[in-house]
Design a protein around this ligand. Structure first.
Ligand code: CIR
Length: 263
């Protein structure tokens, strides 16, 4: 069972300075959506550690990109965009001081890796080689978790691997009908170490969901994709609206790091 989630409050600078803003962000709405998001994480039994906002770090609500935590060990990422690299500092502190987990740092100065490019399937890692994550970053992940295979997958258009594909249940990948998502799936079927079931949703953004503690958290904003989840998922579901995060290229997984703390 997962036990904790790290989240970080939204700074006012998110509205204007976040990377990749496609449409005007309603800050109050974003804050309400963040509260609902935290509530959903609590409802699936997680202790939510809420970090304070930092106005100098407009994208810092997207904590997923700052660390990969697996089997009780944390790899501190080196985010691929320079304006985001300082975000790791507070995350490192909370993992060390509050969660008391062992920490691994990336020693290769050439390596960059965003957590949004790292999908742990429960059996292996799939890692996106994107505009944010490079091969040295993928090698750093493999060195940090030698107990699991790591398969790199080239990302051509979207921001991260998990923009197009996540886990929607035990051994179940969630993909969309979009070309990039289908290309990634094909690559996984050819090159990954294990085989998975798939759920295919019609809307690109809806392929990013969170499967945690027997519940699927998915977007509420796409009725046709919701219908697929209703039909295919026979366990608990929570549907959330994160429209304001999506305007800054954020998906459902981005505002949290979910942790299984055993000791
Ligand atoms: C960025 O461009 O870095 C942010 N505006 C969005 C990050 C989204 N993170 C994620 O998908 N893991």
């Amino acid at each position: 069972m997962s036990t904790h989630a790290i989240v970080r409050r939204i700074p006012n600078s998110f509205k204007t300075l976040a990377l990749g803003i496609s449409d005007e962000i309603d800050l109050e709405k974003a804050k309400t959506q963040h509260e609902e998001y935290c509530k959903a994480l609590r409802n699936v039994g997680l202790k939510v550690i809420e970090l304070p906002e930092d106005e100098n770090l407009p994208d810092s609500v997207f904590v997923e990109d700052t660390a990969v935590i697996c089997n009780g060990t944390a790899l501190i990422c080196r985010p691929g965009h320079p304006t985001r690299q300082k975000e790791v500092e507070m995350i490192r502190t909370v993992i060390k001081k509050e969660l008391e987990l062992p920490i691994l740092e990336i020693s290769d100065p050439e390596a960059t890796i965003d957590g949004g490019d790292v999908l742990f399937t429960g059996r292996e890692f799939l890692v996106g080689l994107s505009s944010r994550t490079n091969e040295a970053g993928s090698r750093a992940l493999a060195a940090a978790f030698p107990e699991y295979p790591v398969t790199p997958i080239r990302i051509k258009h979207k921001l991260h691997l998990k923009t197009s594909l996540t886990m929607a249940g035990p051994d179940t990948l969630c993909v969309s009908e979009e070309q990039e998502s289908q290309d990634i799936l094909k690559k996984i079927e050819q090159e990954a170490s294990f085989q998975y079931k798939t759920i295919t949703v019609p809307d690109g953004d809806a392929a990013n969901c969170i499967y945690v503690n027997g519940t699927l958290i998915h977007l509420s904003e796409f009725p046709n994709s919701t219908k697929v989840f209703e039909e295919k998922v026979d366990f608990n579901r929570i549907a959330l609206n994160i429209s304001e995060f999506r305007k800054a290229d954020g998906s459902l997984t981005c505002p949290s790091i979910v942790i299984k703390k055993t000791k």
